[in-house]
Ligand binder design. Structure first.
Ligand code: MN
Length: 240
């Protein structure tokens, strides 16, 4: 198979996305972010098995949708790379994926509650998040998406949503760009915190699906402003 090299600026963007997600408290030593290959939709870019805050340009590898590295490498891969490949396979519109264990979201998956958009910044949640319970199809497991079969089941639960909660584990968000997926991962966490606070006060009025769509469209035109700020905070990265 001919290897089409990815755009070096896309590799850099994946590196920056890793650093931003760590700086913003979405990922810790675990969690990952990928981008679909800019010229070959059957490949995606994902770091080797490295903590997101430490990812460098040379760590970003190309994978096929089955989760195999396209170029030979001696580096270990993330155990849960199948999350990314199976979502890219199921969702041609998706150009970037973030998987995390961001803490405020966990109680929602554990209780079967949906994240719902409590403010305009989370309009991408639309009618809410969806939930994947690995136990439904696979019994007792270590909760990790360790193979393509589990990845397919997760992608099926995601459906056309932007955010899938993974019961007892974490969550995964998708976007049409690296910037949008990072934005969504950050604001899924913020929305979760605010939703719990509001539920403690009383009945919550969420955005309607129409309000959510309108807000999401407005936000999408402003993501670059937030990205520039987040990007500044993480400092220089090693260049291509
Ligand atoms: Mn995980």
């Amino acid at each position: 198979m001919a290897v089409a090299p990815p755009d070096p600026t896309l590799i850099d963007k994946v590196v920056i996305a890793n650093r931003i997600l760590y700086d913003q408290g979405v990922v810790d030593g675990l969690g990952h972010v990928s981008a679909r290959h800019n010229s070959d939709p059957s490949q995606f870019l994902l770091s080797c098995n490295r903590a997101p805050g430490l990812v460098r340009h040379a760590d970003v590898l190309c994978y096929d949708l089955d989760g195999n590295t396209v170029s030979p490498t001696t580096e270990r891969s993330y155990l849960e790379r199948f999350i990314h490949g199976e979502i890219y396979r199921a969702r041609p519109d998706v150009m970037a994926v973030v998987h995390s264990h961001s803490p405020s979201v966990i109680p929602f998956g554990a209780t079967g509650n949906r994240l719902r958009p409590i403010f305009h910044m989370a309009g991408f949640l639309g009618s809410g998040s969806t939930t994947f319970d690995i136990r439904d199809g696979f019994g007792d497991t270590d909760l990790l998406i360790r193979n393509n079969e589990l990845g397919k089941a997760l992608a099926q639960s995601l459906g056309n949503y932007s955010c899938v909660l993974m019961r007892g584990h974490g969550s995964t968000v998708v976007g049409n760009s690296v910037e949008q997926a990072v934005y969504r991962a950050i604001y899924a966490e913020v929305n979760a915190k605010l939703q719990v606070q509001a539920l403690g006060l009383g009945q919550v009025t969420y955005l309607t699906p129409k309000e959510a769509d309108l807000a999401a469209a407005a936000n999408d035109s402003q993501i670059g402003r937030s990205w520039d700020l987040w990007r500044r905070r993480v400092g220089p990265i090693d260049a291509a």
